[in-house]
Ligand binder design. Structure first.
Ligand code: ATP
Ligand code: MG
Ligand code: FE
Length: 338
């Protein structure tokens, strides 16, 4: 089964051709980071416009690089949500047009399901598993007992962890996207500022208090004429984030008796998080899986991987498919048919 997948939920225009859920024949990603940099974040209107400009070329690229034509494609998959509605619609309309004109089934895919299935490309998923999804828009803990069987056990109540990274970066004058910059700077500083470790009950997260603590600390110190070492801010913030993420993740692994941990999303690139999780999971005999960076950040190969399993369930949409800015991941495998 060969699937052409389209992903435009945020600021990358991505198209991929994936065979049998694991073999990536091509994966084209057009990132818009440069266009959004001067605004310090993704501007939805600009993102939509760039998707429109790039869509056709990225589709052509993906087919060409895979050495296939639409005749070789069994289905067209597309991210249905969550994401920026205007951005999603560009991908959905392109996918619909392709599916309709070539008479192929259309498969709607949940963006987070895609992030989790990125790991399936590297190595087949083993169940039960726990997935920690950490990106610019998401911070979630998901338990899976089987394919397409998702149970969201925790999520952020306010800022996503990547978003907190980007905001903290701005307060210490680092360019967007701030995550990689803070990560790098953190290695040059020390955890001396005693930022809070926001631990909520259960498995939910909250990062806006931590972000405010960083801003307030900087403000107070500057007012008193004290200097703050930005590297210490980065190190202290990062230590707090990693503590919270690791604590919740390890607690969930233990109480759900799970030995397989998947980490995905752009923040999975974080060196501190990787190092700490590697150590903690090794000590507990837990298998840790983190896909390579190109599969951690937004891409369409992950959508094609998830779509393979939806194809087997005949989870098809008709041509009235609409984008959804928010959408539950907890689809029960039984009521997939719409
Ligand atoms: P979505 O949330 O919908 O998946 P997104 O585009 O915001 O979309 P990603 O592309 O997966 O998310 O990840 C981007 C985020 O990851 C940014 O917030 C960026 O700062 C963060 N990030 C990237 N590298 C690192 C790093 N080394 N440490 C911390 N954060 C990082
Ligand atoms: Mg992105
Ligand atoms: Fe994403």
């Amino acid at each position: 089964i060969t699937i052409l997948a389209v992903e435009t939920s945020c600021d990358e225009t991505a198209v991929s051709v994936v065979r049998n859920g694991r073999e990536v024949l091509s994966s084209s990603v057009n990132s818009q980071i440069e266009s959004h940099k001067r605004f310090g974040g993704v501007v939805p209107e600009i993102a939509s416009r760039h998707h429109v400009e790039n869509m056709t070329r990225v589709i052509d690229d993906a087919l060409k690089n895979a050495h296939v034509t639409m005749d070789d494609i069994d289905a067209v998959a597309v991210t249905e949500g969550p994401g920026l509605i205007g951005a999603l619609l560009v991908g959905i309309n392109a996918a619909k047009a392709l599916a309709m004109s070539h008479n192929k089934p259309l498969i709607p895919v949940h963006h987070i399901a895609g992030h989790i299935y990125a790991n399936h490309i590297v190595e087949p998923l083993k169940f039960p598993l726990l997935a920690l999804i950490v990106s610019g828009g998401h911070t979630e803990l998901v338990v899976m007992q089987n394919h397409l069987d998702f149970e969201v056990i925790g999520e952020t109540r306010d800022d996503a962890v990547g978003e907190a990274y980007d905001k903290v970066a701005r307060t210490i004058n680092l360019p967007y996207p701030g995550g990689p910059e803070v990560d790098r700077l953190a290695t040059e500083g020390n955890d001396t500022l005693n930022f809070p470790r926001p631990i909520l009950e259960g498995y939910d997260f909250s990062f806006s208090g931590l972000k405010s603590a960083v801003i307030n600390t900087l403000h107070n110190k500057r007012q008193k004429g004290e200097t703050v070492n930005p590297a210490d801010v980065a190190a202290s913030f990062q230590a707090s984030v990693i503590d919270v993420l690791c604590k919740k993740t390890l607690a969930a692994l233990e109480s759900y008796h799970i030995n397989e941990l998947i980490v995905c999303g752009g923040v999975a690139a974080n060196s501190g998080l990787r190092g700490r999780l590697k150590k903690e999971t090794a000590a507990r005999g837990i298998q840790l899986h983190i896909p390579p960076l190109a599969l951690c950040t937004d891409n369409a190969a992950m959508i094609g991987a998830a779509a393979y399993f939806l194809f087997q369930q005949q989870h098809f949409a008709d041509y009235s498919l609409n984008g959804r800015s928010t959408i539950e991941l907890n689809i029960n495998a039984d009521d997939l048919d719409k």
